[in-house]
Design a binder for this molecule. Structure first.
Ligand SMILES: [Fe+2]
Ligand SMILES: [Fe+2]
Length: 377
């Protein structure tokens, strides 16, 4: 049986011991095969064995999201990192891999991917918190006693957001016949609900304010895509009697992980699989971490994490299909648009897991939306 030198809290040690029962034994001294260090506080960093005389693999159990700690761990020579929750199978797999490494551990051999993951985590911790107005709108929308008029009043109070909303409402996306010059008129013409959602989108567009060459796109296009997916998710939720606000946010933030990952990609990627091949992480996982940092609802965090592998998660499945539809909108001028659209709608109704009452009516609404044009002005 493997002998593991363990540094960390008793509780964590016990959990690891239970998970690794029959495979490894945690000890505090003697001849050992590897070392596991729990890092939950700054003080724990001192427990990590360092120096050229260290000749066993060192695994960290990073039990914190604290930015200052992650920063301090940067560049440290460790050979692997675990994150909560403790999973015996994953641990065993990683330990087996490590013990079979050909690299001379005492002279380096740190796993580049693990170092990269620490860097990505640190970068994720640096994503700015949500703007105050966004948190206010989310909180107000959750409260059934707050009327929509109070939410739009809140939007009106923010001059910057209001003027952006007015500009957005004049984009081809809304197909309005007359020019809108004030927020009050926007509320009348597109409705309070839409104004609230445009405000959420415009208040979060600065996150995309950087080049996205490695995604073969631009920040503006990525943001417009997020909005389109959000509107589609909301529409689907409404038809199925699910929570439209939750679905809107899931759509709006589904690709937010790309704002972090884009800084680590060295080759152009087209999907989550290509991201994983390059950096062992995908934007869905990072989106979940950002949403956790933003303290969004657990359901939302989970849906973001799963939007490329939705399994039984209905919100994630809806995002997945709304995403397909949004990409499909680029084909609005294709000769066989109708046939392709019908096919996609059929797959969506089966695949989303939502119980949609009026499929034909919904299809018409979605078709109109896909043909309307972009929100970019
Ligand atoms: Fe995505
Ligand atoms: Fe997407």
């Amino acid at each position: 049986m493997l002998q593991i030198l363990y540094f960390g809290s008793k509780v964590t040690g016990l959990s690891i011991q239970v998970e690794l029962r029959g495979y490894a034994q945690l000890v505090s001294s003697g001849k050992v095969n590897l070392c596991v260090c729990e890092v939950a506080t700054v003080a724990d960093i001192a427990n990590i064995p360092t120096g050229s005389n260290v000749n066993i693999p060192i695994l960290l159990y990073l039990n914190t999201n604290e930015k200052t700690i992650i920063e301090k761990l940067r560049g440290m020579r460790v050979h692997g990192v675990f994150y909560p929750p403790i999973n015996g199978d994953a641990m065993k797999k990683k330990i087996d891999q490590l013990l079979n490494l050909d690299v001379p551990i005492a002279t380096g051999g740190a796993n580049d991917f693990e170092r990269l993951k620490i860097k990505i985590l640190a970068k994720t911790e640096n994503v700015p918190m949500l703007p105050v107005i966004v948190n206010k709108i989310i909180a107000m929308s959750k409260d059934k006693n707050v009327p929509m008029s109070a939410v739009t009043e809140q939007v009106k109070m923010d001059q910057g957001i209001s003027s952006k909303v007015v500009r957005m409402v004049n984009s081809p996306f809304f197909m309005l016949r007359e020019h809108v010059s004030s927020i009050d008129k926007a509320i009348v013409l597109v409705g309070g609900e839409a104004v609230k959602n445009i405000a959420l989108a415009t208040a979060t567009n600065s996150y995309y304010n950087k080049p996205f060459k490695m995604y073969d796109t631009t920040g503006t296009a990525l943001w417009a895509h997020a909005y389109m997916v959000a509107v589609l998710c909301e529409m689907l939720a409404r038809e199925a009697g699910a929570d439209p606000d939750m679905y809107f946010l899931a759509g709006l933030f589904h690709d937010i992980g790309k704002i972090v990952l884009v800084e680590f990609l060295v080759q152009i990627v087209h999907d989550a699989q290509e991201e994983r091949a390059q950096i062992k992480l995908d934007h869905a996982e990072v989106a979940g971490m950002i949403a956790e940092r933003w303290q969004l609802a657990g359901e939302l965090v989970q849906a973001l994490k799963m939007h490329h592998d939705p399994q039984d998660n209905v919100i994630a499945k809806t995002v997945f299909w709304a995403d397909r539809l949004a990409h499909f909108s680029k084909k609005r001028n294709d000769a066989d648009f109708e046939a392709q659209f019908t096919d996609l709608m059929e797959k969506l109704v089966k695949g989303s897991g939502l119980v949609i009452k009026n499929v034909a009516g919904l299809a018409e609404k979605i078709k109109e939306l896909l043909k309307a044009g972009d929100i970019i002005t």
